[in-house]
Write a protein that binds this ligand. Structure first.
Ligand SMILES: Cc1cc2nc3c(=O)[nH]c(=O)nc-3n(C[C@H](O)[C@H](O)[C@H](O)COP(=O)(O)OP(=O)(O)OC[C@H]3O[C@@H](n4cnc5c(N)ncnc54)[C@H](O)[C@@H]3O)c2cc1C
Length: 511
């Protein structure tokens, strides 16, 4: 009896704990919402004036554009994102649309156009019809994808390191080696890599488990936001506010004060100080190492973070389409240039003359039917790009870049548009306005080193350097976000579950 009173007092005290989350992007908001849902008093500090990080959308010319969230898996019934969002009670407010069941992705290559269907059996069947001589290999390859993804998912949900999954034979093979093991046709090998730009796939380095996770999540059903990813940021912020928490925007953290192995406070550029019982770092880990008081972390940790390589960056083209001119497609389109069979690996590894090697495009804002067909309002295009091309302007900031930066940007816009026009000639004359963003834009808005799309690059040859723990050496300081485990909608949300469970060890949130 006495013991149970102590326990319930302790639980009550835990529930009232104050938590400061640094970074109001996907990871910060999911972690904050999970903690708030369990009674913690959460304050999220976001440097930008608008919340959301990769979820942020903005309006220009009367239409809305997404910055870093276009298509994602995990929302089919009972799948991981569906479970997390139901748990938080936000599933009904997201306005998701499932991509077309008979064509979740449309892939345009110099050899042909592929309409990849959703569903494991449909996927195998479609590819086997196109490549009948590879039918057996395709089935075995897809079985391997599901086996690896399931091992990876269990290791996440057990809140363990990947050690359990490491027992899986092919877990740490390079993704391209996994494909090559099962199929031999060069065109099929190339086609099976078409999603590589969604995880900045690098030949010989990207682990098979990452390729398997992204591919299976999509095969099981991918989704897009019908009315903008900002809705998800706002819904998550709502969970935090409803539980008595606070979201502070325009609040850039510049120092983490640590004393005697405990984080005491964070201080902002404007001189504000926020104290709390626990802290969650939901920003690039490189910033943590730079901003924590001297001697906070062992040198080995600092070196590991500073020496990490980052996934590549991207150039983005935003097109406002003329009214009723372009048919709306409810799925992403992938465009490939050139006539080699390199597939989508190392997509940013290209000379300026040969750029872009590939691009992904999604349409937005259905305008209603014209001649019986839905038409699109916008088209947003993402093309992998190396940050190095913009290194010479790295000292400049948004709104104050030199003239030659803008000239270079214009040139790249034209090159990217030429790739689109090659496969969609109807775009010529259908575009009302165009603007673009560069790796420097991503760096400055998201606060990520080298404008990286997905944070730390995952390399199967150095796996221990690319997966990190949500716990740090500072007992009350935790990490979340894309560099900690996997990136993207599912990777970051799952890592948020891990971070929240590390703070509330008595909880198993998704049981
Ligand atoms: C162009 C592009 C397209 C993408 N498309 C997709 C896609 O279609 N599907 C998908 O699943 N993933 C996509 N991603 C990846 C996805 O956006 C990221 O994996 C995800 O947003 C990472 O979440 P995060 O919380 O780690 O970082 P973020 O969402 O970037 O959040 C970090 C937040 O911290 C803030 N911040 C930084 N420094 C500070 C500081 N010092 N103080 C306070 N706040 C700070 C930032 O402003 C930001 O809001 C894309 C990424 C890019 C760049």
């Amino acid at each position: 009896m006495y013991e149970s009173i102590i326990c319930s007092d302790q639980l009550e005290a835990d529930r009232r704990q104050t938590i400061v989350v640094v970074g109001g992007g996907l990871g910060g908001l999911f972690t904050g919402a999970l903690l708030a849902k369990n009674g913690r008093v959460v304050t999220v500090l976001e440097k930008n004036s608008a919340l959301g990080g990769g979820l942020h959308t903005f309006r220009r010319g009367g239409v809305e554009y997404a910055t870093g969230m276009h298509v994602f898996g995990g929302f089919s019934e009972g799948n991981i994102m569906d479970r997390i969002c139901r748990y938080l009670g936000i599933d009904k407010s997201l306005h998701l649309v499932a991509t077309d069941a008979d064509c979740m992705d449309e892939v345009f290559t110099p050899y042909g156009r592929y309409r990849i269907p959703q569903g494991r059996e449909n996927y195998v069947g479609y590819l086997s019809t196109l490549f009948p001589h590879e039918a057996e290999g395709i089935r075995q390859y897809v079985d391997a994808l599901y086996r690896l993804a399931s091992a990876e998912m269990s290791s996440f949900l057990d809140n363990a390191s990947s050690s359990g999954a490491l027992g899986e034979d092919q877990f740490l093979w390079p993704a391209d080696a996994l494909i090559d093991y099962y199929v031999a046709d060069p065109r099929l090998r190339s086609l099976l890599s078409y999603l590589a730009p969604l995880y900045s796939g690098i030949k010989g380095e990207t682990p098979a488990f990452e390729h398997a996770m992204v591919n299976t999540l999509h095969i099981d059903g991918s989704s897009m936001f019908a009315s903008g990813s900002q809705r998800m940021a706002d819904a998550l912020a709502g969970v935090i506010r409803d539980a008595g928490g606070e979201i502070v925007t325009g609040c850039e953290v510049e120092r983490v004060v640590v004393a005697e192995r405990r984080a005491v406070a964070v201080e902002t550029v404007e001189g504000r100080r926020f104290e709390a019982d626990q802290f969650v770092w939901a920003v690039d880990p490189r910033q943590l190492v730079e901003k924590a008081s001297g001697g906070t972390f062992p040198q080995s940790f600092c070196n590991r973070v500073k020496e990490a390589t980052y996934s590549y960056s991207a150039f983005k083209l935003y097109l406002k389409l003329g009214h009723g001119m372009i048919s709306y497609t409810k799925h992403p389109m992938y465009f490939f240039n050139g006539d080699d069979e390199r597939g989508a690996w190392n997509a940013a590894d290209v000379s300026i003359g040969d750029w872009p090697r590939c691009a992904m495009a999604v349409m937005g804002g259905e305008q209603g039917a014209v001649n019986g067909e839905q038409t699109a309002e916008t088209m947003t295009v993402v093309a992998p790009m190396s940050y190095d091309w913009f290194g010479r302007w790295s000292d400049s900031v948004v709104g104050h870049r030199p003239e030659d930066y803008y000239l270079f940007k214009k040139k790249l816009e034209q090159k990217l548009f030429a790739l689109l026009r090659r496969y969609m000639p109807e775009l010529e004359g259908s575009v009302e306005s165009v603007f673009s963003s560069t790796p420097l834009t991503i760096r400055d808005y998201n606060g990520i080193h080298r404008g990286s799309m997905y944070g730390f690059h995952k390399d199967c040859n150095h796996i221990m350097y690319t997966k990190m723990s949500v716990n740090t050496k500072v007992g009350n300081l935790f990490m979340t976000g894309q560099s900690v485990n996997l990136h993207g909608m599912c990777g970051v949300a799952i890592t948020s579950v891990m971070a929240a469970e590390a703070i509330m060890p008595e909880k198993k949130l998704l049981e």
